[in-house]
Design a protein around this ligand. Structure first.
Ligand code: ZN
Ligand code: ZN
Ligand code: ZN
Length: 345
């Protein structure tokens, strides 16, 4: 992913203390670096054995992504400190009955989450149905993630904690995410811009005090950095025999630190969210000093050949993969092509 410098607007001058939501755990040998082409990256400063936990990162914002939420036991608790599944028979719904996707695993979580949910509740009640029917689930989910990022920032601005760390987290971690208007096709950016003007302008009902351009930029960042949450791990390679996919998505989230990881089709990290929605990185082999730590951005059982992997990454993540597996398969293909010039592409 390319490196993007983000300018700070006057509305962002309210200094957000960099204290809330530090990554829960970072391996002491995992360091952040910058690559001229890829932008931010994770490097290893000392040996890391296979199976070691490298990172546990809490989401800055997470939304559930399930069909039939009212009857679905995989729906997660809306309290960001919890994020555990809230089974139908024990859950507590919103007293304002905003949308069935919002639930809590009990009244303790609902009460603890009241300030944050207040920020989104009226918006959800007013717009969710319209956006879902006019624009579909994808756009609704995207706008809801943005709304929850703004809600988390709103809560953060109302808290005061001071601590020191060289890892950017909380809202400043979100501001550091890559992704800009130039990353995405013009018609996509135009469509997002229209959505922002229609649904996410700052108002008394949605007091985020950010300009429409800044919110549009946030969408560009979110689209380049959000993770899907799945019941099983992503990134096992070589594929187990028989291959095991990662299962059905149940949530989507933005992680300030985990987002630094770049992609490889031959990753040395496997990733999966734990039962609190925290992203956990685990070394899938021994990693040596100076090596980059990469995850796979997609389910490696779904896109197996070079062409389908590159096409998927180009469409969804806007880059041409040059990982060692792609490069070696590319040269293998070229050799084959030279040997059989009459073959159809
Ligand atoms: Zn809960
Ligand atoms: Zn509500
Ligand atoms: Zn690749």
């Amino acid at each position: 992913m390319s490196l993007v410098y983000i300018t700070t607007e006057p509305s962002d001058r309210i200094r957000v203390e960099e204290t809330i939501q530090t990554p829960d755990w970072i391996h002491p040998h995992l360091i952040e670096s910058t690559d001229a082409i890829k932008g931010r990256q994770f490097l290893v400063s000392g040996p890391i054995p296979k199976g070691a936990c490298l990172l546990v990162d809490s989401p800055y914002a997470v939304i559930p992504v399930v069909d039939e939420p009212a009857q679905n036991d995989n729906l997660i608790c809306s309290n960001p400190a919890c994020n555990r599944p809230a089974p139908c028979h024990t859950r507590t719904s919103c007293p304002n009955a905003c949308i069935p996707d919002v639930t809590w695993c009990g009244s303790i979580c609902r009460d603890a989450d009241s300030l944050r949910h207040e920020f989104e509740c009226a918006w959800l009640k007013r717009y969710a149905g319209t956006i879902r029917s006019k624009r579909g689930e994808y756009d609704f989910g995207m706008l809801w993630v943005i709304l929850r990022l703004l809600a988390a920032r709103h809560c953060q601005l109302n808290e005061r904690t001071v601590a020191e760390s060289h890892w950017k987290h909380g809202w400043s971690g979100i501001e550091s995410l890559c992704g800009s208007e130039d990353t995405w096709p013009h018609d996509m950016v135009r469509s997002w811009s229209a959505l922002v003007k229609k649904y996410l302008r700052s108002s008394s009902a949605l007091p985020h005090e950010m300009s429409a351009d800044r919110v549009l930029h946030l969408i560009c960042q979110e689209e380049a950095n959000s993770f899907g949450l799945y019941p099983r791990e992503t990134g096992h390679f070589p594929l187990p025999n028989p291959p095991v996919d990662r299962g059905e998505q149940f949530a989507a989230a933005v992680y300030p630190t985990a987002a630094i990881a770049n992609h490889s089709c031959l990753p040395n990290i496997i990733h999966k969210a734990d039962d609190k929605g925290r992203m956990v990185f685990t070394a899938s082999r021994d990693i040596f000093p100076g090596e980059e730590c990469c995850i796979s951005y997609f389910d490696l059982t779904q896109y197996t050949d070079l062409t389908s992997r590159r096409e998927h990454l180009r469409k969804s993540f806007r880059f041409v993969c040059q990982c060692e597996r792609c490069v070696s398969e590319e040269s293998g293909k070229e050799t084959e092509w030279t040997a059989m010039p009459m073959m159809d592409i």
